[in-house]
Structures are given as C-alpha cells and as structure tokens.
Design a protein around this ligand. Structure first.
Ligand code: ADP
Ligand code: MG
Length: 319
C-alpha cells in the first residue's frame, strides 16, 4: 500500500466534515475559517509506544488515547475543540492496526465534532503526535498563573485509577472487574471538555492532570507564585480503586502516577454558588480538595493532621 493510499483509506475518509474547513486533507496545507471574535487555543502532545502506553495496548485504545490526551489540554484552557492534525510514525503497514487506530481516533472526532484536517505519515518506531486547535473567547483562558491565596482547589472525577491500572497491567495481574475499570481509565481517559467550558467566567485557573496531581498542582503553584494545602481524606477515589486497598490507598501512587486526565482548578472562596449552579448542568463530579496558601510547595495533610512525606511529585521524562 502506498503512503497516499494509506492516508486515503484510513484518514481522509474519517467521519467529521465542518463548514469552517475550507481545505482539508489532500493539499500542502489545510485552510481554515476562524470565527469572528474568537482566539485559537493550540496544543500538541506526543505518545511514544512503551513510554506513554504499554506495547500491548490495542490499536483502538492508542487511537482513542492519542486524541483524548490532547483534548484534555483544550479542556484545561476552557476551549471548544474544532480541528486536529495527526502525525503518525508506524513500524509497518499493518492494516488491522491502522483500521483499529483510525476507528478509536474517529470515535472522539465524532463525539466532539472535530475534523481531522491533515498530518504526516512516516516509517519508524510507533509514535503518535496529535495537534488540536480550538476556539476561545478573548481573555477567558483558564491559565496556570491565575491562582490566588485563599482560592479553593478542586478536581474533577476520581484520582489514581489510571496509575493503578498501569501498575497492575504491567504486573500481568488477572483482569477482574475493578481492574478492568482502572485499565479503561488508563486507555480511554475522558477529556473534561464539559467542565472546562463551564468553568469559563467562573474560574481563571486550571490544569489537566497528566503527570500526577502533585506535579500538576505544583505547576499551578509555581506559575502563580503561591503554594497549596490538600487534604488526603478529601481526594476523590473510585470504588474500583478502593477495592485494591484494605484501608487507606498508597497516597504516593494516587498523587504521582499520572494519566488521570482530570482537571484541577481553583475558585475564589466566595464562588461556591456559581460552582453549585454549574454542577447542576454537568454529569462530571467535582470535589474541593484544599486551598491555595502563601507558603510555596504542595503540602499533603493526612486525616490525623500529619504531613504526608512524598519522594517525588510525578512522571518526568528526563529524570
Ligand atoms: P507533503 O508531502 O506535502 O507533506 P503528504 O504526502 O505528507 O504531503 O500528505 C498529503 C496530505 O495528506 C496532506 O494534506 C497531509 O496533511 C495529509 N496527511 C498525511 N498523513 C496524514 C495523517 N496521518 N492523517 C491525516 N492527514 C494526513
Ligand atoms: Mg508530509
């Protein structure tokens, strides 16, 4: 199969067509119509086989995850996704794999009405780079540097499922139901676009949790020149994760293993009513886990008031 044929078969035909795409796949560039009064939010993320997902991950899940993690970044800015590009490096032209990848990828394109507008296809060790572009109203982006002392800190969904899924998957532990859930959280994270959009006008500051809550909340603190205090008994945990622990979970794992793709955001202490109204329209649960403080760093407090000692804060490619 020639490169052009491959693109035609697996990517040109992919589901969504939008009116704002003047020229899509097939020419030297895509040409796009930007809506009046909107700014563009642009983000890119690479997934390398064996680093960002285990080699045993199915093609469908790799396709799904490669778009999901990028959409999570748009969610963390409060942006509306519109377009995506896909740079695919594959070791061989495995049609079954390409079919699976393309179907997992297009599931999310369809779910959020995003058009694939271009990309590149090359030969080499499996690696996927996706670029996503979304719209945002001027001056509404949820920036990492906007937390203020006294703000409350919130997270969406539950924390630690994906990290546990990965750990057990790599240990080849049998798939029981709780584990299946955690592995699906690892392979098919839900980009919290609904929450991100709803936060615009209420919150000024958010991040998505990709490297672990400690590390990513740490980024908010560094960029906002403040610190955070979070309470372990408030960290939302799934029933599936709890099944794996007799009593308390391994907090170090929960806070640092990453791949959660939940949002962490801050709100002024008096914004509780706005949050309640916002939550009524959302299916995604939101939990207050602590507050922004002056003292730099993230302090993790256990139920008895002692501080949790952590050895590292999250995944780092260069350590
Ligand atoms: P060029 O040589 O000009 O870089 P390519 O042959 O790489 O063009 O790509 C031809 C067309 O197919 C371009 O419009 C490009 O954006 C698109 N394309 C290539 N690979 C992919 C892919 N994996 N997914 C989507 N579009 C792709
Ligand atoms: Mg090219």
């Amino acid at each position: 199969m020639a490169e052009f044929e491959l693109i035609e078969r697996y990517f040109s035909a992919i589901a969504v067509r939008r009116d704002d795409v003047v020229l899509g796949i097939g020419d030297d560039c895509a040409v796009l119509e930007v809506p009046r009064g909107r700014q563009l939010a642009v983000s890119t993320d690479t997934l390398v086989a064996g680093i960002h997902f285990p080699h045993m991950t199915s093609a469908q899940d790799v396709g799904y995850k490669s778009l999901a993690v990028n959409l999570s970044d748009l969610a963390a800015m409060g942006a509306h996704p519109a377009w995506a590009t896909l740079c695919l490096t594959i070791p061989d032209e495995d049609e079954l794999w390409l079919q699976g990848f393309s179907s997992g990828f297009s599931e999310l394109l369809k779910a959020y009405n995003i058009q694939l507008i271009g990309g590149d296809t090359t030969h080499g060790p499996l690696s996927i780079t996706v670029n996503v572009i979304g719209f945002i109203k001027p001056d509404t982006a949820l920036q990492r540097n906007n937390a203020r002392v006294g703000d409350k800190i919130y997270v969406t969904g539950t924390i630690g499922d994906a990290g546990l899924g990965l750990k057990k998957m790599l240990a080849s532990i049998q798939h029981e139901s709780g584990l299946r859930y955690c592995i699906s959280r690892l392979n098919r994270p839900t980009p919290r676009l609904d929450v991100g959009k709803a936060l615009v006008g209420i919150s000024r500051c958010a991040i998505d949790i990709s490297d672990g809550l400690l590390a990513d909340l740490g980024h908010i603190c560094t960029q906002s020149r403040c610190g955070a205090r979070i309470y372990m008994e408030r960290i939302p945990l799934s029933v599936e994760l709890r099944q794996f622990y007799d009593n308390l979970p391994d907090w170090q794992d929960v806070l640092t293993s990453g791949d959660d793709y939940e949002l962490c955001f801050t709100l002024p202490a008096d914004a509780g009513d706005a949050l309640n109204t916002m939550q009524q329209g959302l299916a995604t649960p939101v939990t207050c886990i602590g507050e922004i403080v002056e003292q730099p760093g993230v302090q993790c407090l256990l139920a008895d008031g002692r501080r949790l000692q952590t050895t590292h804060s999250g995944y780092d490619h260069f350590k």
